[in-house]
Design a protein around this ligand. Sequence first.
Ligand code: BTX
Length: 322
Amino acid sequence: DNIRTQIIQVLANNGDMFISGQELSNRLHVSRTAIWKHMKELEKDGYIFEALPRKGYRLISKPSSMNETSLKWDLGTNWLGHELVYKEIVTSTQDIAHELAHNGAANGTVVIANEQTKGRGRMQRTWHSQPDGGIWMSVILRPDIPPHQASQLTLFTAISIVETLQQFFDLPFKIKWPNDIFVEDKKIAGILTEMKGELDTIDYMIVGIGINVNQSMNDFSEELQQKASSLAIESNKHTDRLPLVQQLLRCFETSYDTYQQRGFALIKEKWLNYAYKLGESVQIKMPNKEFQGRICGISDDGALLVQYIGEDIKIYSAEILW
Ligand code: BTX
């Protein structure tokens, strides 16, 4: 809620000093009763205030938990996340984002949830999204690119995730083409890019990002324990999701602006620094065949370059099995 964000902003700028309810009401053009009600709501979100008769209010501390106000506060982006929806529980943030985009939501609208009951990956696979454990988020984008370049968004989203995580963790993050982030041989994050458009125009894209943050091994099913991990497991520390999300949005916005202005070629170099199994022989699965090839890199437009029986081939859609 906008008024709440403004209340927090005014109080935070005021530092240790008190500000009266009357003054808050004057500055924000709402009644004192409304101010009081908003402050009660903010307290539920985890903000702590000191209130003294005749002096007014001051902010003691902000919550470390995620909610609309805390996510927007101090975000510092130019456009990304200015429209932001936070929900405790959803089927999938992708579903909410599609609905919003369908109804005209702006470029840069962000949907975040604490829990997904039907989190999804590519090809109808499920994405395990337990409460409090991770970052489950979807970004609505209306990029000015032809549909055949849409997959580039996945690749640069992956770079933004890795660059953000590197600021918080000293871990060897790698990007497995096209949409997974790995630490060693475990998946810790995934990207699901969905698109609505025609053959020659993109109406909107939804970039879904799932990052395992604070899960322990027991939180994953036996099957997932073989292939998944979390930042907490790998780094042995708990990390608040709020600053992670905010930094990711800043980083994503910067890369997106660069991408829109200068195209994919610049990003390619960065991508190669993080490529999982670059130069190695891997098993590749395509809709109609499966084969062994050596990963040589990616092309200027984001296709995977693979050496296969002495020949270089370009792959636009496939999965690297192992
Ligand atoms: P993917 O199809 O590449 O990977 C899905 C596979 O990954 C699953 O079949 C399973 O083996 C494994 N997996 C499932 N859950 C997890 C997990 N939590 N951690 C690691 N591995 C897992 C990857 O798809 C794209 C995932 C995007 C998720 C985001 S969350 C926000 C947004 N909303 C939504 O429903 N999806 C996206």
